[in-house]
Design a protein around this ligand. Sequence first.
Ligand code: 5GP
Length: 215
Amino acid sequence: MSGTATRKGHVFVVAAPSGTGKTTLCARVLEEDPGLTLSVSHTTRAPRPGEVDGVHYHFVDEEAFLALQRQGEFLEHAEYNGHNYGTSWSAIRAPLEAGRDVVLEIEVQGAEQVRERMPDAILVFLLPPSLAVLEARLRGRMTDSDAVIAKRLALVDRELAAAKHFDFAIVNDDLEVAVRQVLDVIEAVRAGERETVSARHGRARVLADWQAAQR
Ligand code: 5GP
């Protein structure tokens, strides 16, 4: 981003296997912390009932998305379930230059691209309470067809493997506890206390404990 030199805010990426509840979690985190701005992504998928263009996503067609991609307009982009998703520089530039911290709620391939292009971004991986709970949640979503659910489940292993590129991991068992933990990470990073908060929510230990509990 040409504005890197003037960037004052932090970028927090929250990624998770689908069905982990990251949309609800991010909405609660944003409610609690007025210093945060949620990045509005572009997508080629159709709006779901209740979704508003420019609020939940910028809904664009394939052609427009590819044009933006060619013009280098995306910090990251990924294909997910047959649709394109991307975070545009223009979604995050203004808040970052104004010193506001930005939250990207995206899937894991995109998070890995952010890691490469913006090494100082803070990556938070959200884990479901267990794989069994995740599967039950995905099946319980009335908005998705069986085929979509099956695809999402097939992605979970790959998504979990990508967790090793993240800085922090948080288990979304009790929503409010998880919200506090994300806020703990955000506040510590702002205060320059990344090392201290790593002892509480560092990815390596949280993930190892979670994996041990699955057996
Ligand atoms: P949905 O279609 O359910 O809204 O989103 C599908 C997946 O795409 C979710 O995991 C969501 O977080 C992710 N997603 C939304 N916006 C972006 C984006 O800009 N970039 C990437 N890489 N993933 C996104």
